[in-house]
Design a binder for this molecule. Structure first.
Ligand SMILES: [Zn+2]
Length: 247
């Protein structure tokens, strides 16, 4: 009881009435910062890079033009909660995440009504049994034949979601292939230079497309924590947030 009284006293005396309360910064002219709901839940393979992914997105948000709520709580994918967001990001998700039919409808309605979706790396190794999700993310993972250094070609450097990354770049990654090639139904932004891994063929690695009135972006990179710390990857993600949110 005495402690309570002391605490109450300390608290009330500590809050001086003469100091003005901090004034909230007025919003920057134009649209408010994009609000990103970042989901890293897994129902199958779980990447070691998940903590780094969350840390990097939070750090980018702190210095950037968006806010992020990183969560593993699937229940946040619902119509009421999504009203508070501009972009849903599936980062390193995997497997058949147990969404209800109404949750699935909420996500499809969210994007198709004019909001954004971003998928990263194993977002294409997610929800194989939900065809609308396949259309949203653009393709399903097939295999990862090359975990090594490879060269990535920037196909569309002028696209807003390319982040100004114009030159081809090399990095060590787990390079994905997909069950079917999304080229033709998406704008391919990045592709693997097959010669750099001793292969031939067409291997898109990042793309953008419209989904109803909304926008969707996918980037297959992100297996390793080092990729998330790569400034070029970060620029692509930041620009993907801006583009998918219509900023
Ligand atoms: Zn991986």
């Amino acid at each position: 009881m005495i402690l309570c009284v002391l605490l109450t006293f300390a608290c009330s005396s500590g809050g001086s009435t003469t100091e003005p309360a901090p004034v909230a910064q007025p919003p920057v002219a134009g649209r408010a910062a994009a609000r990103v709901l970042m989901l890293t839940a897994t129902a199958a393979f779980r990447h070691d890079s998940i903590p780094t992914a969350r840390q990097v997105m939070s750090a980018m948000a702190a210095s950037g033009t968006f806010s992020v709520n990183a969560t593993e709580d699937l229940s946040l994918i619902n119509a009421d909660t999504l009203r508070n967001y501009d972009v849903v990001m599936f980062a390193l998700t995997s497997g058949e995440l147990p969404f209800s039919a109404s949750q699935k409808n909420a996500l499809v309605d969210f994007v198709s009504s004019g909001h954004g979706f971003i998928g990263v790396h194993s977002a294409t190794d997610t929800l194989y049994e939900w065809p609308d999700y396949g259309r949203l993310v653009g393709a399903y993972f097939k295999e990862h034949p090359w975990t090594q250094q490879g060269s990535v070609v920037v196909e569309n450097p002028s696209h807003p979601a390319s982040g100004g990354v114009a030159e081809r770049f090399s990095l060590t990654e787990e390079f994905y292939t997909f069950q079917d090639n999304p080229r033709g139904r998406v704008d391919v932004l990045l592709r693997l230079d097959p010669a750099s891994v001793g292969a031939t063929g067409d291997y898109p690695l990042a793309w953008a497309h419209s989904f109803g009135a909304g926008r969707a972006y996918y980037n297959a990179l992100g297996h390793f924590p080092e990729t998330w710390r790569d400034a070029r990857f970060q620029r692509q993600l930041a620009s993907a947030v801006a583009w998918t949110s219509g900023r």
